[in-house]
Ligand binder design. Structure first.
Ligand SMILES: Cc1cc2nc3c(=O)[nH]c(=O)nc-3n(C[C@H](O)[C@H](O)[C@H](O)COP(=O)(O)OP(=O)(O)OC[C@H]3O[C@@H](n4cnc5c(N)ncnc54)[C@H](O)[C@@H]3O)c2cc1C
Length: 303
């Protein structure tokens, strides 16, 4: 099917883009990689009368460290591939590279963007869970100015975010985990290579070395395709923080994640019961992998 006819604008500045969004409010969509929007328009599940293509807007495609070295600043137009392959990202927040490399296929990763994926808020999308695990924040711009929205407040429901129609995402900021003693892992169960997740788990940990063994100082766990939106496994996180990373502690947290997720039956990817079991299994495996990586990472912080 062909999309309905629409007006097309390709602004070159953020001001122009925001002013177009304001002018056409109620009947406008931002176009980034087009990997989700174009299929929706072809199926007429989205039929905007106006499309604002932000690909020529300067300054939205970058990854850099903040001046204080505490955060990674990612322009909203940064593609999945750029995040998968960036040496800076691999060095400072390797969880981002790992998650990016598991999104779709290389065509999707070459065009799809982190901003588009988060704005789309597909519960099966991999970015929401990853940014939840890292406790990232989005910067959005509208005609009323700029505001920051923590990821927990941004993802509201299936395909629904806190973004106002006149706003666009300009940046995603992610705290950089400590140099020593931190490890992350993104594990995704998929029916075949390049598919959306049947279940996915993003984990970020920071460990400190104590006389009794490793103690968890930070735990972030995000879940993919296990509820109406990407979910934070907050009970599982709370069970880990301050505890030693023993087998029992990991199993207890994995069971909590399985309990707190909210999967649904679907004929393609399996029953809710199966997905819940996979949530527990993949949380346990992701935690174990993150612990192994944290321990390998040049010695932990001494406490
Ligand atoms: C075959 C296929 C397989 C895929 N597999 C996966 C997968 O395994 N995992 C996964 O996570 N995703 C997957 N995707 C989705 C893919 O990651 C998309 O890139 C992503 O969902 C949307 O990003 P985009 O840049 O293409 O956005 P677009 O399609 O251009 O836009 C998507 C939505 O976001 C809005 N938008 C875009 N940019 C902004 C912005 N800066 N500010 C405000 N609103 C904005 C648009 O208006 C639209 O509503 C797949 C897609 C395809 C086609």
């Amino acid at each position: 099917m062909l999309p309905r006819s629409f007006q097309y604008f390709a602004p070159t500045t953020l001001e122009e883009a925001v002013s177009l969004l304001k002018e056409h409010r109620g009947d406008v969509k931002v176009l980034a990689g087009g990997m989700s929007l174009i299929p929706l328009m072809k199926l007429r599940l989205a039929s905007p009368g106006c499309v604002v293509d932000i690909n020529r807007v300067e300054g939205l495609d970058h990854v850099e460290e903040s001046d204080d070295g505490k955060a990674l600043l990612i322009g909203s137009l940064t593609t999945h591939h750029a995040l998968e392959s960036s040496p800076l990202v691999k060095r400072r927040v390797p969880l981002l590279s790992e998650a990016a490399g598991l999104i779709g296929d290389s065509q999707v990763r070459n065009l799809g963007t982190i901003g588009g994926a988060l704005a789309h808020s597909d519960p099966s999308g991999d970015w929401g869970a990853t940014i939840l695990a890292l406790r990232g924040e989005l910067t959005v711009l509208g005609s009323g100015g700029e505001r920051s929205i923590p990821i927990d407040d941004f993802l509201l429901d299936t395909f629904t975010t806190a973004l106002d129609e006149g706003e666009l995402i300009t940046r995603v900021s992610v705290p950089i985990p400590p140099d020593r003693g931190s490890g992350g892992a993104y594990l995704k169960l998929e029916r075949k290579a390049g598919d959306f997740a049947t279940a996915g788990v993003a984990v970020q940990l920071a460990l400190a070395e104590t006389d009794e063994g490793d103690r968890c100082e930070y735990a972030g766990i995000g879940l993919t395709a296990l509820g109406p939106k990407n979910l934070r496994a907050s009970k599982a996180e709370a069970l880990l923080v301050g505890k030693r990373m023993t087998k029992d502690a990991i199993s207890e947290a994995a069971s909590a994640a399985a309990e707190e997720c909210a999967p649904t039956d679907d004929p393609l990817r399996g029953s809710a019961k199966y997905k819940r079991e996979m949530a527990g299994l993949f949380t346990r495996r992701a935690l174990e992998l993150a612990v192994t990586r944290a321990r390998k990472q040049g010695g932990r912080v001494q406490r």
